[in-house]
Design a protein around this ligand. Structure first.
Ligand SMILES: NC(=O)c1ccc[n+]([C@@H]2O[C@H](COP(=O)([O-])OP(=O)(O)OC[C@H]3O[C@@H](n4cnc5c(N)ncnc54)[C@H](O)[C@@H]3O)[C@@H](O)[C@H]2O)c1
Length: 89
C-alpha cells in the first residue's frame, strides 16, 4: 500500500494521447512526471493541464533516446513506480 501519492512517469506527456493520460492520472491522485522533447508538442500544453486539473505535472525536456539524460532523470526523481511510454520517436 502506498503511503503517499504514487509517482508515475508519462513519456510524451505533452502530446495528444499523453496529455489526456496526464489529466486522468492527476485527477486520480497520482503524482505525475512528464518527459517530452517537445518535438511534436508545445510547452503550453502544461498550462492547459493545470487549468483542467488544478495541478501541474513535473516536466523535464529530455529526449527519451538519451540514455544518460534518462538515467539522470531517474536518479533525480526517485521512487517512480510506473512508466507509461507515449514518446513516439
Ligand atoms: N493518436 C493515435 O490515434 C494513436 C494510435 C495508435 C498508437 N499511437 C501511438 O501512441 C503514441 C502517442 O501518440 P500521439 O498521437 O499522442 O502522438 P504525439 O506526437 O501527439 O505525442 C508524442 C509526444 O512524444 C514526444 N516525443 C516524440 N519523440 C520523443 C523522444 N524521443 N523523447 C521525448 N519525447 C518525444 C512528442 O514531442 C510528443 O509530445 C505514439 O507512439 C503513436 O504511434 C497513437
Amino acid at each position: 500500500m502506498f503511503t503517499s501519492s504514487p509517482k508515475v512517469l508519462v513519456t510524451g506527456g505533452t502530446g495528444y494521447i499523453g496529455s489526456h493520460t496526464v489529466v486522468a492520472l492527476l485527477e486520480a491522485g497520482y503524482d505525475v512526471y512528464v518527459v517530452d522533447n517537445l518535438s511534436n508538442s508545445n510547452i503550453e500544453v502544461l498550462n492547459g493541464i493545470e487549468q483542467i486539473t488544478g495541478k501541474r505535472p513535473i516536466f523535464e525536456n529530455i529526449d527519451c533516446t538519451d540514455y544518460v539524460a534518462m538515467d539522470k532523470f531517474f536518479t533525480k526523481h526517485e521512487g517512480i513506480k510506473a512508466v507509461i511510454h507515449f514518446a513516439a520517436k
